[in-house]
Design a protein around this ligand. Structure first.
Ligand code: NAP
Length: 247
């Protein structure tokens, strides 16, 4: 199995794309630490689902935008699991509005969770990976971080920031056997996009060259590859998973 004796930390791993990633990694032998911030029972259900693959699974309450809390949780996971080999920064939120109506709180909230949260988790695992001379860091950007999107200036800025962060840390850690990559999903069917109206969904689908909305699995397969030893020579890369939407 690809990830036997490896521990993966997945932020926002109890639903959507994060759960699909956790499932693929667990099926390949990874021990899983899920970070959640919302409904504990959702995390419990995810844990039950993941335990069927026979690896160790724990869930931890942690708001990734909180620098101290994310440090404490990383230290606790290292203590509980004996180490971390894989970090998947998947937690993300939206507060969509035109800049005209976007207040400072909407901007800060999205930057704090999506970009600062990714920084916090990388910062607190950085030395651990350096010492191990091994690590896989994969962060979830978005195609809107590449091409922008009306009504998502805060979100697009946070996702573009993840790309800059990824490429910089990739350069810093490449000599230590640590790869740092990002995926940039297009339109994927999850709670985040289910909130859109049917009209918007139909319009978006029509723009996708592949003519279908992506599944969380489509993203998880690419993340699984980036976390594997097969991807040892891939770093600082951003892989679009968008059915061609941002070609
Ligand atoms: P989702 O279903 O809304 O899930 C978001 C996840 O983020 C949840 O598990 C949530 O935890 C977690 N989260 C939110 N705020 C957090 C915080 N402060 N601390 C820790 N965890 C937090 O969204 P999704 O569609 O699966 O999205 C996953 C990632 O892919 C996000 O980064 C998103 O921006 C990105 N993405 C999604 C799409 C898409 O079309 N769906 C496209 C491009 C990129 P709880 O479950 O505890 O609430």
């Amino acid at each position: 199995m690809k990830f036997e004796n490896k521990t993966a930390v997945i932020t926002g791993g109890s639903r959507g794309i994060g759960l699909a990633i956790a499932t693929r990694l667990a099926k390949e032998g990874a021990n899983i630490a899920i970070l959640y911030v919302g409904d504990e029972s959702e995390g419990e259900n995810a844990k039950k689902e993941l335990l069927q693959y026979g690896t160790k699974v724990e869930q931890y309450f942690c708001d990734v935008s909180d620098f101290e809390a994310s440090k404490q949780v990383v230290d606790k996971i290292i203590e509980d699991f004996g180490g971390i080999e894989i970090l998947v920064n998947n937690a993300g939120i939206t507060r969509d509005k035109l800049v005209l109506n976007m207040d400072e709180k909407d901007f800060d909230a999205v930057i704090n969770v999506n970009l600062k949260g990714t920084f916090n988790m990388i910062k607190h695992t950085y030395k651990h990976f350096m010492k191990k001379r091994y690590g896989r860091i994969v962060s979830t950007s978005s195609i809107v971080g590449i091409i922008g999107n009306k009504g998502q200036a805060n979100y697009a800025a946070s996702k573009a920031g993840i790309i800059g962060l990824t490429k910089s840390v990739a350069r810093e850690l490449a000599g230590r056997g640590v790869t740092v990559n990002a995926v940039a999903p297009g339109y994927i069917g999850t709670d985040m996009t289910n909130a859109l109206s049917d009209k918007v969904k139909t319009e978006m689908q029509a723009q996708i060259p592949a003519k279908r909305i992506g599944d969380p699995e489509d993203v998880a397969k690419v993340v699984e590859f980036l976390c594997s030893d097969e991807a040892a020579y891939v770093t600082g890369e951003v892989i679009r998973v968008d059915g061609g939407l941002a070609i």
